[in-house]
Design a protein around this ligand. Structure first.
Ligand code: G6P
Length: 614
């Protein structure tokens, strides 16, 4: 939620900040703004507009953009509707401070009231304007330096923030601070970069510092100081990132989402690389080494996540219970954190998150840690908050995912969960040695099976051409394919704004069947697994009510091919691996439908990729 970018150094800040904002636009695109300081001329300029970064760029043509210190923001609105006034940066009443902010100041109303009592006037409806004025109030009233004013103000706020602050009296400095919302400082040669994640920084330097909660960085062109808001010095850990600029560009694809769908064979290969040895026929998950004993003897696993990551968690439940025979519960992080769950110190919590920054998931982790549970993470973004907050974990190596609708992160998460379940099944002797080896061989063959599906993308495109005007749809699956039905429906509604519902196929007769008529496409996940006969009956139930059946079937299927209106074949694979391949045609279907409806596939309305507010 909200992307922030900053630059200080010898170069002109504007192009660097604008470019960075474009890379972070997936975090929110309600409005965009920039502030630039020109210390030589002792001037500063702030430009901010409702709309996207491209609108900011167009609106600033011909304006004074000179200056080598700049901060920029792309917003996902929380407090106050998306408009020019509520856009960031926000400038304090006496123009001493300029701020950009990602997060929510929860006690802003109380602080605002106190500032209003002291004659402060506000122009926007945002919590951020309260913070910048609080800083200024302390600065003027307390006659303290900008740094002290910022640190003191931050001790007064409740909530989450990643902020960059400029002080017009001290124009050679950018102040950065974080609590709850991510912030990365890039260390260049005589120049520094700031961003909500590393993607805007990587083209300039791969040396970065991830700020910790309550840390402040005071950055001048020739000097950087890290400390806590309580003024305790911090020795930063400089990390060298292994990220390639090509990974964050579209590489010839029309959209990031399409690129990411097509990247899945490679993403899964990277996720299993070094973890599955096809020669030795073994699985090694180094990140779980220290907790393996606890995992093997676990009495209960609770999986938490949001959105698509929650769907991956549901697949995890089926896998871990079926293969490793460990009881599993799957919880929405937002519910788990507030419903006073019963937790035991020997519970294992697995938090799943692409971004590693989702606020509800982070809060749920903290709750579980307080209860003494062992918390593991399955995350994609290296160095993000969740891997740092958890006791152990496994990274998915899907590479940067930019499209707001998650695709390759989902299959990479499911791949990690599959490896975990198979390894635990082997260690707990709930599967035989032969089954263990058999599963390893099949996991290894998943990338090539996905390749085969992707080669047939034209078939899915034709289906999309036929059905892109629908208003409703139903996705059905049983067993391992029920979570995939949920994920398929989520993909369609997220990016094409078509109402779609995922359901366990047998539950259809308890409600959704009432919706079925000749206009209702029903997408049925019907590969040959142990529920096959049952799903054939469900298809018959749909056809009896004249519904349109689009079935995802195993290669060579004859029964459903005769019954369904359309079939799409996927390669044969053991039941436990069907989620990994059957989700691919559903991702493609939603993508092509959204494109045909003229939707903004990579940045669907109202959504953001990284939800750092609750
Ligand atoms: C947002 C994104 C989803 C994502 C969810 C959880 O809603 O749009 O694609 O699944 O957040 O995000 P996480 O980064 O924790 O997986």
């Amino acid at each position: 939620m909200c992307g922030i970018v900053g630059y200080i150094g010898p170069r002109q800040a504007f192009p660097i900040v604008i470019n960075g904002l474009k890379r972070l636009e997936y975090r929110g695109y309600d409005s965009a703004g920039i502030a630039i300081i020109n210390p030589d001329k002792q001037t500063f300029n702030v430009y901010k507009y409702k709309g996207k970064v491209a609108d900011l760029e167009n609106n600033t043509i011909g304006k004074d953009l000179t200056g080598n210190i700049g901060i920029g923001h792309t917003r996902w609105a929380t407090h106050g509707e998306p408009n020019d006034i509520n856009a960031h940066p926000h400038v304090s009443m006496n123009k001493k401070f300029i701020i950009i902010h990602n997060g929510i100041i929860e006690n802003y109303a109380r602080l605002k009231k106190r500032l209003e009592d002291r004659c402060y006037k506000f122009t926007s409806q945002t919590d951020t304007e309260v913070l910048v004025n609080l800083i200024e109030y302390i600065y003027i009233k307390g006659q303290v330096s900008a740094e002290i004013a910022i640190r003191l103000a931050l001790t007064k706020v409740e909530g989450a923030y990643g902020i960059l602050v400029l002080c017009t009296d001290e124009p050679n400095t950018i102040f950065a601070a974080r609590k709850g919302s991510p912030l990365v400082v890039g260390i260049g040669e005589g120049e520094y970069f700031f961003a909500s994640d590393a993607t805007p920084i990587i083209e300039h330097t791969n040396r970065v510092v991830f700020l910790n909660d309550n840390d402040v960085a005071i950055v001048k062109p020739d000097q950087v100081t890290f400390k806590t808001i309580m003024n305790v010095p911090v020795t930063p850990t400089i990390q060298e990132l292994d990220m390639d600029i090509g990974e964050i560009e579209k590489g010839g694809y029309e959209h990031f989402m399409l690129k990411e769908i097509f990247e899945q064979p490679r993403a899964i290969e990277d996720t299993i690389r070094g973890r599955i040895s096809i020669d030795k026929k073994e699985i090694t998950l180094g990140g779980l080494y220290n907790v393996m004993d606890k995992l093997v003897h676990a009495k209960r696993i609770i999986i938490i996540g949001c959105g698509t990551s929650w769907h991956a968690g549901l697949v995890g439940e089926y896998l871990l219970e079926d293969i490793a025979r460990i009881p599993v519960e799957v919880e929405y992080a937002s519910e788990f954190r507030y419903r006073n769950p019963v937790l035991y110190p020997d519970d294992i919590i697995i938090a799943i998150s692409q971004s590693g920054e989702t606020a509800d998931t982070l809060a749920a982790i903290k709750l579980a840690k307080q209860a003494g549970c062992t918390v593991l993470g399955i995350c994609n973004v290296v160095g993000s908050s969740i891997p740092r907050e958890t006791h152990a974990g496994v990274y998915t190596h899907a590479g940067p995912e930019i499209g707001v609708a998650s695709t390759k992160a989902f299959t990479a998460q499911v791949t990690v969960l599959t490896m975990m379940a198979v390894l635990l099944g082997f260690k707990r002797k709930t599967i035989s040695d032969t089954q263990y080896k058999h599963f390893i061989e099949h996991i290894y063959s998943i990338p090539s099976k996905i390749e085969k599906i992707l080669e047939k993308h034209q078939q899915i495109k034709e289906l999309a051409e036929k059905y892109f005007n629908i208003t409703n749809s139903l996705y059905l699956g049983r067993g391992y394919l029920f979570p995939v039905a949920l994920e398929g429906a989520l993909k369609l509604k997220e990016i094409s704004y078509i109402h779609a519902e995922g359901y366990p196929a047998a539950e259809m007769k308890h409600g959704p069947i009432a919706l079925i008529d000749e206009h209702m496409p029903v997408i049925v996940l019907a590969s040959k697994d142990k529920s096959y006969e049952k799903i054939v009956s469900n298809i018959q139930e749909v056809k009896a009510r004249k519904g349109i059946v689009i079935a995802i079937v195993t290669e060579g299927d004859e029964t459903i091919t005769k019954l369904a209106d359309h079939v799409f074949e996927i390669p044969e694979t053991p039941d436990i691996l069907t989620p990994l391949i059957s989700v691919i045609p559903l991702q493609l279907l939603s993508y092509y439908i959204a494109v045909l409806r003229g939707c903004n596939v990579d940045q669907p309305r109202n959504l953001a990729k990284s939800v750092t507010v609750e």
